[in-house]
Write a protein that binds this ligand. Sequence first.
Ligand code: SAM
Length: 275
Amino acid sequence: MEMWIKESQINDAAMTYMVKETLVRRKTEYQDLAIVDTYALGRMLLLDGIVQTTEKDEYVYHEMITHIALNTHPNPKKVLVVGGGDGGAIREILKHPSVEKAVLCEIDGAVIEECKKFLPQISCALEDPRCEIFIGDGIKYVHEHKNEFDIIIVDSTDPFGAAEGLFGGSFYKEISECLTEDGIFVAQTETPFYLPEVVKKVFDDANAVFPVTKLFMAAIPTYPSGYWSFTIGSKKHDPENANLENSLELNTKYYTKKLHKASFVLPKFVEDLLK
Ligand code: SAM
């Protein structure tokens, strides 16, 4: 018998994937968690029925949410990830030898627990001694830490439920205070095809707080529309004009120094959206 899962990507459009096996399904304190093995994309993490990451395309998202900011900052030593319980962002951050400490602040300990069990390719760096795991709300954590991190990465679920407060002006002000004087913030900020109003609002909110605010894009097959935005806010360094000559040749599959610059070149409809 064929088994399929359907992910509603917007109200009236959905993606379906043929499932080989369900590895875990449980209600956590915060969400409905499932990890399934699919024929097309390998193992897949779903939270409340929404695809978070898959073995086949996770590298695009995790490389792009980390290396643009880390290669822009001249000497990133302390990095905070808010959300990101699958560990993919931490794996990429720890490829940078300047990083002394990477804190993962994830609200749902069950995500970390199950990803360690079933997604080792993604979660493999969570045991690294430079990684510190804190189970709790990122909003509270950021509020309680001032002037501490060189980079803050908001690797969150979509802007509903526990993640709602991770999008918006008051949180970006707190992020700015949690960053050091030349700190950089980056967040996943949805798709301009289906959610232009979210992309625009987040960009404007970040722009009101950070002297340099830019949007960059990546092609991520499993996210709605396949075309995903990230917003980066920086106190000093401009990510689009970063000097990458001496930056490391990283072991990556999507990110390159050329792509770093190119990802800031936006199609006209996105440029117009941000005006
Ligand atoms: N790459 C993913 C995506 O865009 O679909 C995000 C993956 S990661 C698994 C998202 C994590 O954010 C979830 O594990 C969720 O529990 C966590 N999260 C949501 N709200 C949070 C909050 N307020 N503080 C910390 N973590 C939060």
